[in-house]
Design a protein around this ligand. Structure first.
Ligand code: COA
Length: 335
């Protein structure tokens, strides 16, 4: 448990989803799969996909504009921009810089953070540290991924699982509300089970990497599933129990949206009812770094969060990377 004069409090939320909807029936036309298989194994019905020319920076910019529309903040007040993504528009400059320009945050610094599906939670932890230390006053944390840019639409093991999207939150200091506790981990021995081999400094883009399709996501789904169920449930339980949280006093559990069955297993471990769990994997699939901020924004929009609520965030992703966070929700109920 952190002992600091200020907590990092979420004071505004925003999201953006591309317009184009790709249904499971659309996936049936691309690979040997079925709506029934996808829904029963993952909980996914449809996902979103960017149009040509639209990517992570534009989605993030739209999510921050959405945040600013709902919250009285002028761009020059923003001092830090953290962008969690594994699909930046380009290797350099970083997405944070391009977003800074788009939103006219003239006094900001920032950076990109790469931790796959755990990126946003790690970004929140980093933003919280800046707020708690007093170094930053207004931190924008974005989670955004254009997964369609790294999916092999001939590989049924991966292409049905992911979608595109972006979400953003604003962190500000508060004496009363905000992030109270967290536990985060990485373990590179899981690296071989979920990866994009090509296009990095080890295997730079070449004719060979293109021929081998190694610029796409590859995973051993069964192994990832096994580690995800255990990793997410254990760490959520650990953070919950040391803060005396259980099914009785957790208002909303907001998990990473990778597979409905992984979410259900974690929720069961915490003793939660369905009404205490935020789920939107059915409509957006796994948007990697974006699942948590999109869920937070939608939970707020749908009046599922009220001031003082005990909220648990939880995630698992490539690396392996995983974690859980407990926060006291500080925003007044959405009008
Ligand atoms: N449609 C139809 N069949 C498919 C399929 C698809 N889209 N994808 C895989 N299959 C097949 C497999 O080839 C396998 O066939 P086989 O038995 O003939 O080899 C069969 O379905 C069963 O595969 P299995 O891996 O046992 O299914 P599963 O119940 O474990 O579900 C995942 C597969 C990918 C949904 C599941 O393992 C999962 O969610 N893993 C975690 C993935 C993840 O979350 N990654 C992101 C990190 S956060």
């Amino acid at each position: 448990m952190k002992q600091t004069p200020f907590k990092a409090n979420i004071t505004a939320v925003g999201k953006y989803l591309p317009k184009k909807v790709i249904t499971n029936q659309d996936m049936e036309k691309l690979v040997d799969t079925s709506d029934e298989w996808i829904q029963s194994r993952t909980g996914i019905r449809e996902r979103r996909k960017v149009q040509k020319g639209e990517a992570t920076v534009e989605m993030s910019t739209n999510a921050v504009h959405n945040l600013m529309k709902n919250h009285n903040i002028s761009p020059e007040e923003i001092d830090t921009i953290i962008v969690a993504t594994v699909t930046p528009d380009m290797i350099l400059p970083c997405s944070a810089a391009l977003i800074q320009k788009n939103i006219n945050a003239v006094n900001a610094w920032g950076y990109d953070l790469s931790a796959a599906c755990s990126g946003f939670l790690f970004g929140l932890e980093s933003g919280a540290a800046l707020i708690e230390s007093g170094r930053s006053k207004k931190v924008i944390v974005i989670g955004a991924d254009t997964m369609s840019s790294i999916l092999n639409y001939e590989d049924r093991n991966t292409c049905i699982l992911f979608g595109d999207g972006a979400g953003a939150v604003l962190l500000e200091p508060s004496e009363e509300f905000g992030i109270i506790d967290s536990e985060l981990r990485i373990d590179g021995s899981g690296g071989e089970y979920l990866k994009v081999d090509g296009g990095g400094s080890l295997n730079p883009a070449s004719h060979e990497t293109i021929t081998n399709k190694s610029h796409y996501v590859w995973q051993d789904g069964k192994t990832v599933y096994k580690f995800a169920v255990r990793g997410m449930a254990d760490i959520s339980y650990e953070v919950a129990t040391r803060n005396n949280l259980s099914g009785d006093n957790i208002s909303l559990f907001i998990p990473h949206q990778a597979n409905k069955r992984i979410i259900d297993a974690t929720a069961k471990r915490l003793g939660l009812k369905e009404s205490q769990i935020m789920i939107n994997i059915d409509t957006y699939a796994n948007t990697t770094s974006a699942t948590l901020p999109i869920c937070i924004a939608e939970a707020y929009e749908n009046n599922r969060l009220k001031q003082g609520d005990n909220v648990m965030l939880s995630t698992f992703g490539a690396g392996f990377s995983w974690g859980a966070m407990y926060l006291k929700w500080g925003m007044s109920t959405h009008a």
